[in-house]
Ligand binder design. Structure first.
Ligand SMILES: NC(=O)c1ccc[n+]([C@@H]2O[C@H](COP(=O)([O-])OP(=O)(O)OC[C@H]3O[C@@H](n4cnc5c(N)ncnc54)[C@H](OP(=O)(O)O)[C@@H]3O)[C@@H](O)[C@H]2O)c1
Length: 271
């Protein structure tokens, strides 16, 4: 399917790895120019080099900016760079983030503040900075990465899932505010997807709860817990989420807005 986004311009946050990298790859393959964001400069440069292969012959279509989206000044810096580099901004994919495993009683004020900064406050700021540029063109697409826990909360992931609920609410509310401007805003309620985020933030908590997994490698822990919790019997891949994000970001999507698409292999929990 031609997504009809050739020549459009996009910002993808958290694009040096995992789902964000796959989204940038998909948008580039469809002819979009992409500014990728992450904190670690080395990993970001490696990602940009790999993505340049996807954008073969269009090296200037991939640009990288090292920034921490949780910092107050980052949103304006990122949008300004997109405008300076590409002359406009059509697509924003708010993907940067991670999971925080634990319940209310085991999470600290710092956990709450850090997670809110990276997941929710950054989205609010980036949407606010990007939308005036989309309004100028009477066209825009925003995709916010949420979690299946925003719909079916799991107390083992209290902070992440409360914030996912807030992301879904932000998405719906913003979609209604800007629908008249040709801007569509959606979220993806992601289930278990095998990425570094899972290995770093979920596997240690799974291991604490499951003595029977003691002898398994991290990859095998992810495979076993995903098979147990996911009706399709496996973890999802970053490419499967990227395909949904690319459609929602495209001109082929004209009528889906304010929605949170469940992309969890049928699961209502992943731990
Ligand atoms: N994988 C899952 O099962 C799953 C499930 C539900 C929701 N999600 C959500 O999907 C999104 C992508 O997750 P993933 O699994 O692809 O994670 P990942 O593989 O760990 O990649 C995360 C990306 O975000 C960047 N990042 C993290 N914090 C950042 C910050 N403060 N500022 C800028 N960039 C930042 C990372 O690079 P640096 O560290 O260099 O900054 C990296 O590029 C996240 O928002 C996550 O919460 C994932």
């Amino acid at each position: 399917m031609d997504l009809e986004i050739q020549g459009k311009t996009a910002v993808v946050t958290g694009a040096s790895a995992g789902i964000g990298f796959a989204v940038a790859e998909e948008l580039l393959a469809n002819g979009t120019r992409v500014l990728i964001i992450a904190r670690d400069e080395g990993r970001l440069a490696d990602a940009a080099n790999k993505l340049a292969l996807t954008a073969a012959g269009r090296a200037s279509d991939i640009v990288a900016l090292a920034a921490d989206v949780s910092k107050p000044q980052s949103a304006q810096l990122i949008v300004d760079r997109a405008i300076e580099t590409f002359g406009g901004l059509d697509i924003l994919v708010n993907n940067a983030g991670r999971a925080h495993a634990g319940g209310l009683l085991t999470s600290t004020d710092k956990d709450w503040e850090d997670m809110t900064g990276v997941k929710l406050t950054s989205m609010r700021r980036l949407c606010k900075a990007a939308i005036p540029h989309m309004q100028k063109r009477k066209w825009g697409r925003i995709v916010n990465m949420s979690s299946i826990g925003g719909i079916y909360p799991n107390p083992k992931l209290f902070v992440s899932h409360v914030l996912s609920g807030a992301i879904n609410n932000l998405t719906k509310s913003l979609a209604l505010e800007v629908a008249k401007d040709g801007i569509l805003v959606n979220a993806i309620g992601i289930g278990a997807v095998a990425t570094d985020n899972w290995a770093n933030n979920m596997v240690p908590a799974v291991r604490r709860a499951r003595a029977d997994f003691a002898d398994l490698s991290d990859d095998d822990v992810i495979a076993r817990i995903s098979a147990e919790c996911t009706p399709v019997g496996r973890a999802g891949s970053a490419r499967e989420i990227a395909a949904i994000a690319a459609f929602l970001s495209s001109n082929r999507n004209g009528f889906v807005t304010g929605d949170t698409i469940e992309a969890s292999g049928g699961a209502d929990r992943f731990m």
